[in-house]
Design a protein around this ligand. Structure first.
Ligand code: GLP
Length: 241
């Protein structure tokens, strides 16, 4: 694992965006695995800035997102589809026909998970997977569990995730209780993984995930077994390692 220490959130975002840009430049028709949450917002902003300057071209890029809330329509401003559009897609020249997210409005979980697995397979797998890190060690929406879930599945969100994500909703009651997420196997099959972490509140989980035992109780700990992981964090998030 490579660890890049950034001065602050802005520097973290720039370093992460540099790695994504390098991927797009080296392989213009690459498959990017994209993430939501507050941490990657600055990374997307930086990519948009470089696109506007003419330094980046997304026209051949395919993207597959990690996860989506079950039960939220695309138009809901808390859906991850909406997020991706707001923070990246509508600002760059990516072909919307090649951007994929789980369909939160498909209530048939088995069918939706099978459909999404097939998409990931058909696009040839992920070249670079961007990940944030939940306070309980979740990646995508793979919550702490007694086993690693392999492929796309429907999860019941934990109380701590609902609590953490309620800041984006009018109240905790409005946070969906379920989500579709890529599984741990899918994430681990990405050829390269980029994890972004920011803030002192992530320092404990960064230590547990990357320097503690590999256990499904801390889903991100499996990343220790991947042979090409880059962790980019600001000083606060890396302060306990
Ligand atoms: C969310 C997302 C994750 C994200 C994590 C951390 O619930 N499903 O993909 O990485 O929580 O979010 P944040 O970056 O806002 O701390």
């Amino acid at each position: 694992m490579k660890i890049y220490k950034a001065r602050d959130y802005r520097d973290m975002s720039r370093k992460a965006a540099n790695i994504i840009s390098a991927q797009v430049i080296m392989k213009p028709n690459c498959v990017l695995g994209l993430a939501t949450g507050s941490t990657p917002i600055g990374t997307y902003e930086q990519l948009v800035e470089w696109y506007r300057k003419g330094d980046l071209d997304f026209s051949e890029v395919t993207s597959v997102n990690l996860d989506e809330y079950k039960g939220l329509p695309r138009e809901n401003d808390q859906s991850y589809y909406y997020f991706m559009n707001e923070h990246l897609f509508r600002h760059v020249n990516i072909d919307m026909n090649r951007t994929y997210l789980p369909d939160g409005m498909n209530m048939d979980s088995a069918a939706e998970c099978a459909r999404y697995n097939q998409i990931i397979h058909d696009v040839g797998g992920v070249d670079l997977q961007l990940l944030g890190l939940g306070h309980n060690g979740h990646i995508g929406f793979n919550e702490p569990n007694n086993a690693f879930e392999k492929e796309t599945h429907c999860v019941d969100l934990t109380e701590s995730t609902i609590e953490a994500n309620k800041r984006f909703f009018a109240s905790a009651d409005e946070v969906p209780r379920q989500a579709y997420t890529m599984g741990i196997k899918t994430i681990m099959q990405a050829r390269k993984i980029l994890v972004v972490v920011s803030g002192e509140d992530k320092a404990d989980i960064v230590r547990r995930a990357f320097f503690g035992p590999v256990t499904p109780e801390v889903p991100a700990s499996i990343l220790q077994m991947h042979n090409d992981v880059i962790l980019v964090g600001d000083e606060a998030a890396l302060s306990k390692i």
